[in-house]
Design a protein around this ligand. Sequence first.
Ligand code: ADP
Length: 252
Amino acid sequence: MIEFRRVTKTYSTGTTALRDVSFTIENGEFVFIIGRSGAGKSTLIKLLTCEERPSTGQVLIDRFDVSKIKRRYVPYLRRNIGMVFQDFRLIHTKSVFQNVAFAMEIVGSSMKAIKRRVPIVLSIVGLRDKALVRPRMLSGGEQQRVAIARAMVNNPMLLLADEPTGNLDPTNSEAIMALLEQINRSGTTIIICTHDRDLVDRMKKRVIEIDDGNLVRDDCQGGYAQTNPACPAHQSQTERPADDLFRPEAVS
Ligand code: ADP
């Protein structure tokens, strides 16, 4: 589903954030990207959301080369991707319900659909009784659960989380991970960037490690991916033309 093919990213400053990175992530996988601060994790996420483009190599989602996607189609790509950040990024003038509803409004959902879907998603994250509260009245763990509700409300195929537990204590971190695992069980692919090794070790999921821009490890539940038959296949797929998937139906 997601394939990095020999991706190198050098910023205009001359810093090379990723060097010749290749890996495949299948639909429905739960993967940690780990590495020290500055290793290149956020860059990897930004290449998936088209916030950055590779200097060389290709980034494929469902065999579509998103590194070549035209600017005007990028919002359609992002509709299929939910994002969760370390600092939650909630709108503090809106209630919990309105924060989650906003993600549906910007993709043009009807008020009827919003009123039906938002309470369901708030129930999943355990915050249905906080729907009318402003985010500042919530704990950090609760705010992150609102952010997760917002990320999943449009049923994305992929959920990207950049240090989602970076501002949380261990108990809340465990709860957030359990919630992400639950979302993953319903079929959403989950990619989490973190430098919290203890948490990653406890979860026993696939781990891709980046060190100074290089992919240095790809472990599937403790077994080395390339030799572990329990890991999804890492073969290359046939490429499809850019832009076909991520564009409005009205555009021919
Ligand atoms: P991580 O998320 O692992 O902390 P990043 O991907 O943010 O790492 O950064 C990798 C390297 O690229 C770092 O050296 C960082 O300073 C550099 N970098 C990140 N973003 C930019 C940018 N927009 N312009 C120039 N250099 C950047």
